[in-house]
Design a protein around this ligand. Structure first.
Ligand SMILES: [Zn+2]
Length: 675
């Protein structure tokens, strides 16, 4: 750690003289990033949590270690360009059996983080292997008559390549006969090129790529319209800015972390649309279950009758999953989700080995049946009880505050809220049926946050007075009951958020709010909750990031994305004020695809449609799809390109420039914890 990166904390004396920009000074007990020590109240609450879960049951650790063939030492995977995509060593501060949680980590989350640290190549059963801990998700390998079937080739080219080569090293080189994408989320297909790059042309030509119906559309469109905000918020959800340490990120619950590497995609050769579809892939019989509309908009699970093995994809995982994912996404249907689990339980009742796209497997018919029943009932319980309460008139906050799993569903670890939580999932059920409005007219047209905050503070005697009282309450939390101290922190988060939004330059307020967020993060059993709180604290101390995530990392995926989707994403970037009074038609002709799209702006609205190539327009841009993608991701500047030979223009170049000048360029680094 050099002096420059150590920050203000080490310069206590200096910081008395010099304010550290507009960011708060750090406390004496703060670590290098400014995260404060756990309070006595937090330490006590975390210790008490040991009675809430069946910690004596070590079956998960046995299952997570069973069948280990080899472990990769020093697993640090570099990015193709610069930096690191994957670093398992960074998590070695977590003890192997997850028994020594520090006061700054909920012991149940610490245990889950220790389980997710167990990485390696494992034999699941005769003919089925898994690479776990090489990425957020698992890569599974099924031996077929003449080679391998790969299930879910991870998130990035870099991690997938590393995992695939590790498997070859220990299992021997076999031709790859098929790749399965179980669903349309990027941690299950984004690394496909990292496998394909090691295969011969002949292997690639004869390969089957099997995916659920709608896979390509969902995989390429899911993040395109609201993608900028989702990526920004994903930085919070996965603790992107946080150190990997006792006061930082310990894992995601679902696995370790996301792999921010080079993403790709490959078109499927076989699409699965119906439950019961049977395929024999290089001698391996498979029966598929279509579960689209549960965890992902396009997803399947499958059963291997010869192995009596069931792959639950991500319909099932060893944590409660998200009905609403905090990075921001459409809510999922808990009722359908639960129904699919029951369908799998009855349809594949002969299962003796269960494995999935995240976490460790499970063995034994009875264990698996019990597991599926508890998973099924967890989602159905949350659905039914949330709806029961909303029909009684309870609000989302009230439902979330009172809903609890019944004792019978609270005996296991695998349905606990390490990823989704019962609280935010209950709100998701409310949102699914009722939307954002509770029916209370006070909530119909409130002032925006900063305006309301100013008036709250004025009414309460000013920010300084609020700060004094808040500090007193924060200190008093140490003498409250565990439940009350947590409620005090929750209340102070709301109160101090008003204070920060009223006076965003007030460093004392930001420092106290950051301290409250630290405690709420340390208390959370859910990894995304922990990372949201701690990232909030981090940004109150350091400010929002200077740069958003570059869209260039998606280039390979964007090259496979139907061009219509880009135009959908352009229309949500139209700056209405700049388009006021504009009535213009621009045609884009893709010379390589031999297709044209007419983009019109009128009434401050952007429309697009595919048109015959000879359709008239005010200006026409002729270019290739790859060049178009380069412009979209910023690798080719529009103005430079417009005057180059790589494209041609009919009509006015200036019209084209002013057309594209009406489009917003969201940078993905907006403030969240400050106005
Ligand atoms: Zn996943």
């Amino acid at each position: 750690m050099n002096l420059l990166t150590k920050g203000c904390a080490s310069f206590a004396l200096l910081s008395l003289l010099l304010a550290c920009d507009s960011n708060p000074d750090w406390e004496q007990n703060a670590n290098d990033n400014g995260h404060t020590a756990p309070t006595l109240a937090t330490a006590n609450a975390n210790k008490a949590f040991l009675d809430k879960r069946p910690f004596a049951n070590k079956a998960d650790f046995e299952n997570a270690r069973r069948g280990l063939i080899a472990q990769q030492e020093n697993m640090i995977v570099p990015h193709m360009k610069e930096g690191t995509v994957w670093d398992m060593k960074a998590y070695e501060f977590i003890d192997k059996n997850g028994e020594n949680a520090p006061d700054s980590v909920n012991p149940s989350l610490w245990r889950q983080a220790a389980l997710n640290n167990i990485h390696g190549l494992f034999k699941v059963t005769e003919g089925i292997y898994q690479l776990r801990g090489f990425d957020l998700a698992n890569m599974s390998i099924i031996e077929s008559d003449n080679g391998w079937i790969i299930v879910d080739p991870l998130t990035s080219r870099e991690t997938a390549s590393n995992a695939f080569l590790f498997a070859q090293k220990h299992l021997g080189k076999k031709p790859v006969k098929a790749i399965l994408f179980t669903h349309s989320h990027i941690d299950h297909f984004g690394g496909v090129q990292g496998v394909l790059q090691h295969l011969s042309d002949e292997e690639k030509q004869n390969m089957r790529i099997i995916a659920p119906e709608g896979f390509e559309e969902e995989a390429t469109s899911e993040n395109i319209i609201a993608g900028t905000a989702m990526v920004r918020r994903a930085g919070y959800m996965y603790g992107k800015a946080l150190a990997r340490d006792e006061r930082g990120h310990v894992g995601t619950g679902l696995g370790k972390g996301p792999a921010f590497g080079t993403f790709g995609i490959q078109s499927p050769t076989d699409l699965i649309s119906k439950t019961g579809t049977k395929l024999t892939v290089d001698g391996v019989p498979m029966i598929f279950q279509a579960v689209s509309g549960s965890e992902a908009p396009a997803e399947f699970t499958f059963y291997l009758p010869k192995h009596k093995a069931f792959c639950g994809a991500e319909l099932l995982s060893n944590n409660m999953h998200n009905l609403y994912t905090l990075r921001g996404a459409k809510v999922r249907d808990a009722r359908i989700w639960s129904g699919f689990i029951e369908e799998a339980r009855t349809k594949f009742a002969d299962t003796e080995v269960y494995f999935a796209s995240h976490h460790w497997p499970m063995w034994g018919k009875e264990n698996i049946d019990e597991y599926l029943s508890v998973q099924r009932d967890t989602y159905k319980f949350i659905h039914d009880q949330s709806v029961r309460m909303l029909n009684q008139g309870y609000t989302p906050n009230e439902i979330a505050d009172s809903i609890q799993l019944p004792d019978a569903l609270n005996q296991a670890f695998h349905n606990q809220g390490y990823y989704g939580t019962i609280k935010h999932n209950a709100k998701a059920v409310y949102q699914f049926y009722q939307g954002w409005f509770t029916g209370n007219p006070a909530k119909l047209d409130p002032l925006p946050e900063a305006q309301a905050a100013v008036r709250y503070m004025a009414m309460m005697g000013g920010v300084d007075s609020v700060l004094t009282q808040a500090q007193a309450q924060f200190d008093a939390a140490a003498n409250e009951s565990i439940d009350d101290s947590i409620k005090t922190y929750r209340w102070l988060a709301e109160l101090l958020n008003h204070a920060v939004f009223a006076e965003p330059e007030n460093n004392q307020t930001k420092a106290l709010l950051a301290k409250v967020y630290d405690q709420l993060g340390y208390l959370a059993e859910s990894a995304p909750w922990r990372d949201f709180y701690l990232t909030g604290a981090y940004e109150l101390r350091h400010g929002a990031p200077d740069e958003g995530i570059s869209p260039a990392m998606m280039k390979e995926v964007l090259l496979e994305t139907p061009v219509e989707f880009f135009f959908d994403s352009m229309s949500v970037r139209l700056i209405a004020e700049k388009a006021e009074g504009v009535n213009t038609k621009v045609k884009i002709t893709f010379s390589d695809l031999n297709e044209s799209h007419l983009l019109t702006v009128n009434n401050s609205v952007f429309h697009h449609k595919k048109v015959p190539n000879n359709t008239a327009a005010d200006a026409t841009l002729v270019l290739t799809q790859p060049l178009f993608v380069d412009i979209i991701i910023g690798e080719a500047g529009l103005k430079d390109t417009l005057f180059s030979d790589d494209l041609s223009i009919e009509g006015s170049k200036l019209d084209l420039i002013s057309f594209f000048g009406m489009l917003d360029q969201p940078e993905g680094k907006f403030n969240i914890v400050t106005p």
